[in-house]
Ligand binder design. Structure first.
Ligand code: S3P
Length: 173
């Protein structure tokens, strides 16, 4: 069934990868990351794609990846921070399954994202990064479920996601 995936959205550093991996393990499901799909299809790292070809080309690769996601079922899917933030994209993600927004404090997310590096979209002033985040919030907000992650560890976030998924499922059946 195409609509039975769990799709994690949120800004860079929200914890989509680490929480998604643990969530998948808890549920006995496969874990996929759109950024990994792009890297394995293209053969270059994300910073290399941005450096050589720019953001527009990366976004085109992202769009192709979204098409490929239509074949997924039953998976936990972590999306890149900018992937949901295009016209119509949240509708496509919502059709793939239950969309979960991991919403964190911006400074904490930025600290985490810059600790791991490799985020070309953060090569801009703090005011511009904040502007980028604010411009993305309306897209993330369209998730079926929002989890406030402030002050929570990975285990706690995953426990909340599981509880919310159970509730969401109960509400839909
Ligand atoms: C991006 C987020 C990154 C990656 C790329 C662009 C963005 O993924 O897709 O660097 O535009 O926010 P993470 O959200 O996993 O860092």
């Amino acid at each position: 069934m195409a609509g039975d995936n769990i799709v994690l959205v949120g800004f860079m550093g929200a914890g989509k990868s680490v929480c998604g991996r643990l969530l998948a393990r808890r549920l006995g499901r496969c874990f996929v990351e759109t950024d990994d799909m792009i890297v394995s299809r293209d053969g270059r790292s994300i910073p290399e794609i941005f450096r050589a070809d720019g953001e527009d080309v990366f976004r085109r690769l992202e769009a192709e990846t979204v098409e490929a996601l239509r074949l997924k079922s039953g998976d936990v899917i972590a999306t890149g921070g900018g992937l949901p933030c295009r016209e119509g994209r949240m509708d496509v993600l919502r059709a793939l399954g239950t969309v979960v927004w991991l919403r964190g404090d911006l400074p904490v997310q930025l600290e985490r994202a810059s600790r791991f590096g490799g985020r070309p979209m953060l090569d801009r002033s703090p005011a511009d990064v904040e502007g980028l985040y604010r411009s993305r919030e309306p897209y993330y907000r369209r998730a079926h479920v929002t989890i406030d992650t402030a002050g929570l560890g990975v285990d706690q976030v995953v426990a909340r996601v599981l509880a919310a998924l159970r509730e969401n499922h109960a509400a839909r059946v």
